[in-house]
Design a protein around this ligand. Structure first.
Ligand code: DQA
Length: 146
């Protein structure tokens, strides 16, 4: 049987992980996170596709594509979490589970980060676990789509 496909989307500035505010986001690079996700995906019998963009429209395009190709989505929308109605609306196209991930605990930070457009349409949210949140999300999705 063909492996199920999961998409992971990383939003703006997450390509700078490791260098960017390491006290908040940690010292692990996005490349390291992606390698671990791919390895864990293999163990779980999933194909993990990964996409990073600093552009809102590119993320909307990818979510639209995922609605045809992927069984589940893990998304860290980064700053667009707090502003993007376009991404929120695109997420409603998806039939499978959508897990919102944030490295930091957005609810312990500035008030403008307390509002998530994504949380309102996501299946679940993981925040404040650092990069472990991504792996927890992948394990959770594997169980959900079994
Ligand atoms: C973030 C939290 C957002 O508020 C911020 O804009 C980010 C990263 C996180 O992973 O903690 O870029 O999504």
């Amino acid at each position: 049987m063909a492996s199920k496909k999961i998409l992971v989307i990383h939003g703006p500035n997450l390509n700078m992980l490791g260098k960017r505010e390491p006290d908040v986001y940690g010292t692990t690079s996005l490349d390291d996170i992606n390698k671990r996700l791919a390895g864990l995906g293999k163990k779980l019998g999933l194909i993990v596709d990964i996409f990073q963009s600093n552009h809102e429209g590119a993320i909307v395009d990818k979510i639209q594509e995922a609605s045809q190709k992927h069984e589940g989505l893990i998304i860290n929308c980064a700053a667009y979490t707090h502003t993007s109605i376009a991404i929120r609306d695109a997420l409603l196209l998806l039939k499978g589970p959508v897990i919102e991930v944030h490295l930091s605990n957005i609810y312990k930070r500035e008030p403008f980060r307390h509002k998530s457009m994504v949380a309102e349409v996501a299946t679940a949210t993981l925040c404040g676990f650092g990069h472990s949140g991504y792996y927890m999300a992948l394990e959770a999705i594997a169980r959900m789509i079994k």
